[in-house]
Design a protein around this ligand. Structure first.
Ligand code: ATP
Ligand code: HSE
Length: 322
């Protein structure tokens, strides 16, 4: 369980009162997640998720919370942050920034099938369309600059073969990001971490509907095709081998394209962006694995998986037809 900050009922009640909500009837720490402290809170008004931010500072949060509110109000299945009487979305708990959002129903899926990938692809495209009038911008804090800074920190923990792979990929990504084709890619505020554990599905087994997507705390302004690559690398990759599962990838992209048709340039650069996305999570998992922060109980995710996703994306690039 990644509970970095213990929250008492008294502390939760004080915050809920500021948000116009009654006292907590139940407060339950959430075991999954590795970035923030999360609790489910029940009040007479409903079910909520209380997040205490462990890495992000107060002034970084308005971008994420306003993006969630923008998407929720545009009809997207995204939790809406609750404001206080002053209209602020960022609150304080135990001296740290905190937020309260409505709890979505359903469960995340360990093994999404074609039907789930289609729903996620369509929702991703609609979110990309819905940010056209979102006024805030913030760089992706796990973008190329972060990767270039992190690679030398984790490289000493790699064997010679993996170290060589990392060097080769850094050079490739620098070249890709400097290209004219990359510079022309359409951008916007994207989730940038929309893994299968950041979406919930509700309904009867085999007929589940996507009830929502959450955990926008790695969102940033980046290319839409990078966001699509992050999603393909998780929803459509075989977790045992790290290989792309073509039927799922094709189903997801087809559903995405029915809502928002990617340009020829976006499709041409998708293989390189899949490598960028694989490298981003390889690096963050390496950092969490070798340089862990203190926590009550922390389950870092294995970095090797994304090394294999990267190797597969290099060895068997998927070039979808326009
Ligand atoms: N709005 C919500 N509705 C329902 N459940 C939620 C909601 N937000 C979070 N959760 C639950 O809390 C868990 C942890 O949330 P989240 O993934 O945001 O944590 P995190 O520490 O930021 O995680 P990560 O490691 O994925 O970055 C989720 O797996 C989900 O079960
Ligand atoms: N989705 C990430 C964790 C949060 O960034 C991973 O699976 O490594």
């Amino acid at each position: 369980m990644a509970v970095y900050t213990e929250v008492s009922v008294e502390q939760a009640n004080a915050l809920l009162a500021q948000l116009g909500l009654g006292p907590v009837l139940a407060l339950q720490p959430i075991s999954s997640g590795i970035e923030n402290t999360n609790y489910f809170a029940t009040t007479a008004e409903g079910e909520w998720v209380l997040t205490v931010f462990e890495r992000l500072a107060h002034d970084q949060l308005p971008f994420y919370l306003q993006l969630m509110r923008h998407l929720a109000r545009a009809g997207q299945p995204v939790p809406e942050p609750r404001a206080n009487a002053q209209g602020e979305l960022v609150h304080t708990l135990a001296g740290k920034p905190a937020a309260l959002v409505n709890r979505l129903e359903g469960e995340s899926l360990d093994a999404p099938d074609l039907h789930h990938c289609e729903q996620l692809g369509a929702t991703l495209a609609r979110m990309h369309l819905a940010v056209a009038d979102f006024p805030l911008a913030q760089p992706n804090l796990r973008g190329l600059a972060w990767r270039e800074a992190t690679a030398p920190v984790v490289r000493p923990y790699l064997d010679a073969d993996a170290g060589h792979l990392l060097d080769e990929e850094m050079a490739f990504q620098a070249h890709l990001h400097a290209s004219a084709a990359y510079q022309e890619l359409p951008c916007g505020a994207v989730h940038a971490d929309l893994f299968r554990d950041n979406a919930l599905f509700a309904g009867l087994p085999g007929r589940e509907r996507l009830s929502g997507v959450f955990d926008f705390y790695f969102a940033g302004t980046d290319t839409f095709v990078y966001d699509l690559a992050v999603v393909l690398n998780d929803w459509c990759v075989d977790l045992d081998s790290g290989q792309l599962d073509l039927p799922r990838a094709e189903a997801l992209l087809h559903a995405y394209s029915a809502e928002r048709q990617p340009s020829g340039n976006e499709l041409r650069l998708l293989p390189g962006l899949r490598r960028a996305a694989a490298q981003r999570f390889w690096l963050s998992r390496l950092a969490d694995w070798h340089l862990p922060r203190e926590a009550s109980l922390l389950k870092p995710k294995p970095p090797l998986h994304f090394e294999r996703v990267l190797r597969d994306a290099m060895a068997r690039p998927w070039h979808p037809a326009a």
